[in-house]
Write a protein that binds this ligand. Structure first.
Ligand code: SF4
Length: 337
């Protein structure tokens, strides 16, 4: 083939390649976990049973669409309990609260409804168990996160927070013989394992939880990104910026050198992310509604003629029962527990 014909052939190939539509791999499992589904149903039923306003301490889950929807339906999100009138209905978010908050609520005669995810409660119970047995607890988590604040509140005098392996090196302990670690439920599995390894190197007798604390939903969504991101050019994670598990999904893709973007919806998509021929992985954090995933996929279909293929790495079939005081909210409600 002459050089001129070869150049023309290559140019044609490039054009064909550029006109190829975007391919979307839709990760599964993605989006709402059982703890978030339960928390959302709790607010829905409380609004129905008691009527607005019902008060929610902090965001019920870390997603701006969910929070905005409930705000419009009459939920009032508060940072401090003195914003709730005496005797009012108060919901605790899926991230849990410290005993201190429960005590203040009791003193104000608030009618508390607990939407704490049972898997967060599991970590609280482990903290109580270890502290009662005289252990110092190293909690692996993100400072300032609602879940970490709640867990530390169970035994403030016994819990030390670490965020990195370097923090482990800085630990100064009076007694290394009774030592345990726990973790936040929504950490990066790999990051947590790095910190646990460092803890075990420094404190070979350290004990851990019987069953790991990072929850099934966090692990499954992370594993899907790990398995699928090698096949794609860009990753889109639906979720809010303050959602820890959504942030971790975006980070995992970046660690594998795949550009990734955490967005609340298709309006945040920047056209410069695509040349028009990429394979794009779309997933969603555990607090992101499926409706925004659908909006995003519809946008990619409409704008880039995207073909969509669902890629499932695992089935999820987890359900957490509602608090008893809400089971009679809807006639004929069924509690499958
Ligand atoms: S992400 Fe995990 S711990 Fe958090 S609410 Fe969902 S299931 Fe519970």
């Amino acid at each position: 083939m002459s050089n001129i014909r070869k150049d023309a052939f290559e140019l044609l190939n490039v054009r064909i390649e550029m006109s190829r539509p975007i391919k979307v791999l839709l990760a599964s499992p993605r989006g709402f976990c059982a703890g978030v589904e339960r928390a959302i149903e709790i607010v829905e039923r409380a609004l129905e049973k008691f009527g607005p306003p019902v008060y929610v301490r902090h965001e019920i889950v870390h997603n701006k669409h969910v929070v905005e929807r409930f705000r419009q339906e009459g939920a009032v999100f508060v940072d401090h309990l003195d914003e709730v009138p005496v005797g009012g209905h108060l919901m605790y978010s899926a991230h849990g609260v410290s005993p201190e908050i429960r005590k203040i609520a009791e003193e104000r005669n608030l009618k508390a409804i607990d939407a704490t995810c049972p898997l967060v409660t599991k970590v609280h119970l482990e903290a109580i168990k270890f502290s009662k047995a005289g252990y110092t607890i190293v909690l692996i988590g993100h400072e300032g996160h609602d879940e970490v604040i709640g867990t530390m509140g169970e035994a403030p005098e016994a819990i030390l927070l670490v965020e990195t392996p370097e923090d482990v090196d800085q630990l100064e302990l009076a007694d290394e013989t009774r030592l345990a670690y726990l973790t936040q439920t929504t950490l990066s599995v790999d990051d947590a394992n790095r910190i646990i390894r460092r803890l075990k190197e420094r404190f070979p007798n350290i004990e851990g939880p019987k069953k790991e604390d990072i929850c099934y939903a966090t692990q499954n969504r992370q594993e899907a990104v790990q398995l699928l991101s090698d096949e794609v050019d860009v990753v889109l994670v639906l979720g809010s910026q303050n959602s820890s598990n959504s942030q971790r999904l975006a980070e995992i893709a970046r660690e594998r050198d795949v550009p990734s973007h955490l967005i609340d919806g298709p309006s945040e998509i920047d056209p410069s992310w695509f040349a028009g021929n990429e394979t794009v992985l779309v997933t969603a954090g555990a607090s992101a509604p499926e409706s925004v995933v659908k909006q995003c996929v519809d946008y990619l279909r409409k704008t880039y003629d995207a073909e969509v293929e669902t890629r499932s790495i695992r089935d999820e079939d987890v359900y957490f029962p509602l608090p008893k005081q809400l089971l009679s909210a809807i006639p004929n409600s069924v509690n499958p527990s």
